[in-house]
Design a protein around this ligand. Sequence first.
Ligand SMILES: [Zn+2]
Length: 277
Amino acid sequence: MNGTRAARKLRSLLLFAAFAASAHTLRVEKFTCPNDGTQFEATMDASGTSWGRRLDLKPEGAIAAPSRVPVCPVCHLPLINGLRKEEVEKLRPLLASAEYQQDAKDHPSYFLVAAVLESLGKPPATVGYAYLQASWQCDGKPELYREALERTLPRIEQSNKPDFRFLRGELLRQLERFDEATQHFRSLMADPSFAQPPWPSLIARELKLLAAKDRMPHQAQPTRGQQPFSFAHNPIAHVTPGAAIFPERTPLLPGLDGLAFPHELDGKLGARAGRAL
Ligand SMILES: [Zn+2]
């Protein structure tokens, strides 16, 4: 009896140690705005670990999702690494617009990232993914959450990648367009591109949620046992200092590896102070 209790205690200590070693950490960094030269400090993610995803692709675990982006406190430009001088020039009309400055006041930072990417002519799915990331910043703000999803949907619909086709149904479900979502997942079920794991089980899960008219975000796989998810066994992503803007990849939705975001953006998030732009 005592032995079992001791073993259980040891197991929880080990789990705690594993958790502490991979906890999400932060640090303050200095930045210089490439638009107006404003110098400022911002809290950035230093490291984190994700052990799973929600059906809307949000990474879960000891991790910031999305990664923090430094935003100039004066002109509200999000400092995306790799922004070139001529791109900053191109962004001036956007930054000067009343709509953008209003969004900067009352919308989370990835709304600004998405607006900047769109203004730079990035592919709709890339812009849509940034709006999806904005939705992850809107916990407890249902109107903004919905706005982010509504901005995501028409943009990701322009991509044929399996992840985005799956995501389309997930967004329709969260937007309470249940019939459309059900029809969409049924058509995916009959599509050979979705015949391999993990798609059939993910689609079955969506159809079950849809049958219950459940519009809430959910984990991609049901939890097992007492742990919220098996964080000691399946670490899938580590975010290191200066991590890429889209570090979140997962074996759960393998097609995500096909996304070309980091390359399309030509760089990483979080320009360092003094970095030549
Ligand atoms: Zn600025």
